[in-house]
Structures are given as C-alpha cells and as structure tokens.
Write a protein that binds this ligand. Structure first.
Ligand code: SAH
Length: 342
C-alpha cells in the first residue's frame, strides 16, 4: 500500500489490517500531511517494530528535486522527479501575506493548446493524489513556511484526472489544513466534469480557460474545446457558481492580433453579461518556438477598460520576475529540449 495519498480512513483500515488501533492511522496521517516526512523511520512516536512492519508492508513515495531555481523576486521553480523517472514542475510564489503553490495534475497534457509550452507534448500519465499532494509538501519544505494557497495551474488538465484531483483537494483541506476557498482549479472546460465538481460540495474556486469570445477561435486555440461549445460550458459555470456560491474566474490569455481587439473585448463582455464571474486577463508569456506574441501594455489596458465599462469585473495577472505563473510547462519543455527528461 502507498501511504502518501491515502486518506485518514484508508490509513485506519491499513492499521486495522496490521492489528493496530485506529489512532495509529491518525498518527501516520499527521506525519505524512502535517510534518511532511519522507520516510517511515521519521515517525518517531511509533515503536521501532511497528515502523519496521509498516516499512515492510507499504511504500512512501516522495519526489526528488532535480532543480530549484529562485528568481530575483523570490519565485521558486521546482523540477521534480517522480519515482518512475517522469518529471513534473511546481512553482512556489511567495507574497507578503501568503504562500501560493502552482501544481501540476498530469505528466504532459492532452489538451493541445496552440500557445502553450505543454501543448504539443501529449499526455504521458495522470498524477496520483499522493504525487499531487507531494508538490505542496515539497513546496512547504523548500519555503520553510505553510502553504496558504494552491492553484491547479501547472501542467495537465485537472478535470481529465478527476478522481485523483478531487482526492488531492480533500487531502489538502482535511489533512494538510489548506482552506478550500484558497484552492483554485483551472480547466480548459470539460463541461460534464464541471457539473460533477459542483456536486462535490467543495468551496474551491473554479477557473475556466476561456481565451476567446466565440467557438471558432476557441477551437483553434484549445483543440479540446471543440467538444464543449461555449454555450454549454457557460451554463455549467452558472451551475457551479450557484451551487457553490462562488464566482467563477474566466481566464483570458491575451495574444497579440489574435484575441486582443476592442471588438473581441465587447464580444466577451456580451458573452459574460449577467454571469457570476470575473475575468482574469493574462498577457501571454511567449514560448520559444511558438509564434504567438504578447500585446503591448496600451492594448492590454484598452481591452481591460472595455470590459470594465461593460461592468465585467476584471483582474490582471502581473508577471513576477522571469518566473511567471502562466509558464505552464515551460520548465519541463526547456529541460526536454536539452534532452534531460523522458
Ligand atoms: N489545463 C488547465 C490548467 C493549466 S494552465 C487549463 O488550461 O486551464 C493555467 C493557465 O495558463 C491556462 O489558462 C492556460 O491557458 C494558461 N497558459 C498556458 N500557457 C501560457 C502562456 N505561455 N502564457 C500565458 N498563459 C498561459
């Protein structure tokens, strides 16, 4: 049995099989998710014979840090190696009053977004709940501080790894102690799964990668979106917002001359009118070898103003140093270019 990623109930069942009292399960959960240990031997309130028994009947898989690069503003980019040799990336972003971690949900990605560094690489496999939680624990250890916010905005499409992502969210809230309201799941918009997520009754923020005000352009930018028309997607977002009482974030990556005109902004405002949502504008972060460009600051400001005049709440993602949260897959991609990663 793999310990990291197991729920408290699963750990208690495991202890019962070893003829141990249930409170041992609670102790193990504390070591895993609160203390973030990397070996059973560190569980010092368990007897030596019990630790040996656990070691013989379970595994505790933690990632290995391949590289950790800190930018001048303190943003830390981690390249992590999983036990099977696959590599993923995690970004740790310190703010004065919080510590945010941007985590990956899959190795590679199947969404194929035209502008994204992970787009052409394809999906290798889903991450387990343990591998998702590991990223938060590793970030916490590197920063020597409690993580307060988690965004599922690294590599992968979280809603195409639904079970493991939901399990990881429950572990982060119930065991690691992160408030669900401080967790954001970003998706290309897998409509049926959004409705299902609404029913989980979790208070997580849902972010939709919108990126275009109409289906034709959206399909071009996000091939997977072809399966999920905007009309149905936005209806699912309304269900999510009304079931959870939480405003949905519509992410909009601004690509010069592609989706950044005033006409696009007006069309976007019409599309979102009356919805419980806000728009998060993300000036594109250029990727080597991909032709899209970031619009200039005046163009970004005009786009923003147009939305605001139409009463659409807007936030803007500001880049911090060279380490950008939106740099989905860029680290892994550059490593692969150097031939270092599978
Ligand atoms: N698969 C999920 C989550 C991963 S990416 C999703 O698509 O929502 C998180 C956000 O960063 C998405 O909105 C994605 O479109 C955006 N993104 C990816 N590459 C980017 C880049 N180079 N510059 C700006 N935003 C980017």
């Amino acid at each position: 049995m793999e310990l990291l990623g197991a729920t408290l109930t699963e750990l208690q069942e495991y202890c019962a099989k070893l003829s141990q009292p249930a409170f041992r399960g609670k102790q193990i959960a504390g070591w895993l998710y609160n203390k973030g240990v990397s070996g059973v031997d560190e569980m010092s309130n368990l007897s030596k014979p019990l630790r040996t028994l656990i070691s013989e009947t379970s595994t505790l898989s933690r990632s290995r840090i391949v590289t950790g690069t800190t930018a001048s503003d303190g943003v830390l980019k981690l390249l992590l190696e999983l036990t099977d040799g696959n590599r993923i990336e995690t970004v740790v972003i310190p703010y004065p009053d919080r510590l945010t971690v941007c985590i990956s949900s899959q190795v590679g990605c199947a969404a194929g977004c035209a502008f994204c560094a992970s787009g052409g690489l394809g999906l290798i496999r889903n991450l387990t709940a343990g591998e998702i939680v590991d990223q938060v624990l590793t970030a916490q250890a590197c920063a020597d501080k409690r993580v307060t916010n988690v965004v599922y905005m690294g590599v992968g499409e979280p809603l195409l790894n639904y079970e493991n992502v939901v399990k990881s969210i429950r572990l982060l809230t119930d065991e690691v102690g992160i408030s669900a309201r401080h967790i954001t799941v970003s998706t290309v918009g897998v409509t049926p799964r959004i409705v299902r997520l609404a029913r989980e009754k979790m208070q997580v923020t849902l972010a939709i990668s919108l990126h275009a005000p109409h289906d034709d352009l959206r399909k071009e930018l996000i091939p997977l979106a072809g399966k999920y028309p905007l009309k149905d997607l936005l209806a699912a977002c309304q269900i999510y917002a009304h079931t959870t009482g939480r405003r949905v974030t519509a992410e909009y990556v601004l690509l010069a001359e592609v989706n950044d005109s005033i006409a696009d902004a007006r069309e976007l405002a019409r599309l979102l009118k009356g919805m419980l949502c806000n728009v998060n504008l993300i000036p594109y972060n250029p990727v080597a070898g991909i032709g899209y460009k970031r619009p200039g600051p005046l163009r970004v400001a005009a786009f923003r103003k147009t939305l605001e005049l139409a009463d659409i709440p807007v936030t803007q993602r500001f880049e911090r140093g060279d380490a950008v949260m939106a740099a989905c897959g860029q680290l892994r991609r550059s490593e692969m270019a150097e031939g270092e990663s599978p």
